[in-house]
Ligand binder design. Structure first.
Ligand SMILES: [Zn+2]
Length: 276
C-alpha cells in the first residue's frame, strides 16, 4: 500500500512531466473508484494547465488553472505510470491523461493511473482545502511535527501506539509498513499504550519516523534514477525493511525471532527483545 514515501516518489516523477503543461486529452474509464468520481471529469480536465504538484499525507494535489485542484489518493493498490508514447489502455487503467509537449525541449507524455482494487480516489475542488484534508495531522517531515506535538496528540490514549500512528489526525502519511519500521528503530513495542509515549520516548519515536520516511524517499529517488523503465510503475520500490514482512526471521540487531501480531485488523511486525 502506498504510504508517504511512495506518494512523494510519484509526485517527484510527475513534476517534470506535468507542471506548467496542458492536459490535451483525458480518458476516465469508469464513474467511480472507492467513491463516485466528479461528474464530467474527463471534460473538466481537458485543456487545463497544471500548476504546482503538491502532497499532503498520502494525497497528491494537482493545481489546475481556473482555481480548481485535483485531489488523488492511490488507495491500497494504486500506481502511476508515465509513458513517452501513447499506451494501450488496460483493464485497470482508470485515468489516462495525455500531456502536451510544452516547450521546445519537452516531449509529450501520457500519465496512467492504474488501480486493480479500486480503493483509490480522484476529486476536484475549489478553494484552499478539501474536507478530507481538514483534520489531518502535521506532515512528519515538516517543522510542525515534533516530540512535543506527538506527546500532546497521544496524551491519555490507552490504545496501542501502533494503531495511533496509523491515525492520520495524529500524524499524516504513515501506513502499516513505516509504522512498524519506525517503532523498531525507536525501540518501542507496538503494544505499548500510546499515552506512555512522552519525553525521551517521544523524542526517539519522532526521530525514527523522520529517519525511516526520509530513507524511503531516498530509495524512491534512487529507483527513479536507476530502475524505472518508461511505463514502469512509479512509487513501488525495494524498501530496506528491518521488521515488516519478516515474521519468523532473525532480528538484524539481536537475532531474536521477529513476531507478527494483529492489531485493529492490521499486521504488526516487531522484535520482542529490541522493542519495549
Ligand atoms: Zn532485536
Amino acid at each position: 500500500m502506498p504510504e508517504l514515501p511512495e506518494v512523494e516518489t510519484v509526485r517527484r516523477a510527475l513534476v517534470p512531466a506535468m507542471e506548467g503543461r496542458r492536459i490535451a486529452a483525458a480518458h476516465i474509464g469508469r464513474p467511480d473508484l472507492r467513491w463516485p468520481l466528479p461528474p464530467d471529469l474527463a471534460a473538466r480536465l481537458t485543456g487545463r494547465v497544471v500548476g504546482v504538484l503538491a502532497r499532503r499525507g498520502k494525497f497528491l494535489l494537482l493545481a489546475l488553472d481556473g482555481d480548481e485542484t485535483m485531489l488523488m489518493h492511490l488507495g491500497m493498490s494504486g500506481s502511476v505510470r508515465i509513458h513517452a508514447t501513447e499506451p494501450e489502455i488496460g483493464k485497470h487503467d482508470h485515468m489516462v491523461l495525455s500531456i502536451d509537449a510544452g516547450g521546445p525541449d519537452a516531449r509529450p507524455a501520457w500519465i496512467v493511473f492504474n488501480d486493480p482494487r479500486r480503493f483509490g480516489w480522484i476529486d476536484l475542488f475549489r478553494g484552499e482545502t478539501h474536507p478530507m484534508l481538514a483534520d489531518m495531522g502535521p506532515e512528519p517531515l515538516g517543522n510542525s511535527f515534533s516530540a512535543t506535538h506527538l506527546a500532546a496528540a497521544l496524551a491519555g490514549r490507552t490504545g496501542p501506539i501502533k494503531t495511533a500512528l496509523l491515525n492520520q489526525q495524529i500524524v499524516a502519511g504513515i501506513g502499516n509498513i513505516y509504522a512498524c519500521e519506525a517503532l523498531f528503530m525507536a525501540g518501542l513495542s507496538p503494544r505499548r499504550k500510546a499515552g506512555t509515549i512522552r519525553g525521551g520516548r517521544a523524542e526517539r519515536l519522532t526521530g525514527a519516523i523522520r529517519e525511516v520516511l526520509s530513507r524511503a524517499i531516498e530509495d524512491g529517488g534512487t529507483s527513479l534514477r536507476d530502475h524505472v523503465q518508461p511505463g514502469g510503475e512509479i512509487g513501488y520500490f525495494v524498501q530496506r525493511l528491518s521488521v515488516y514482512g519478516r515474521e519468523g526471521q532473525a532480528c538484524h540487531s539481536c537475532t531474536t525471532t521477529i513476531r507478527c501480531i494483529t492489531q485493529s485488523g492490521r499486521s504488526s511486525f516487531y522484535c520482542p527483545a529490541c522493542q519495549r
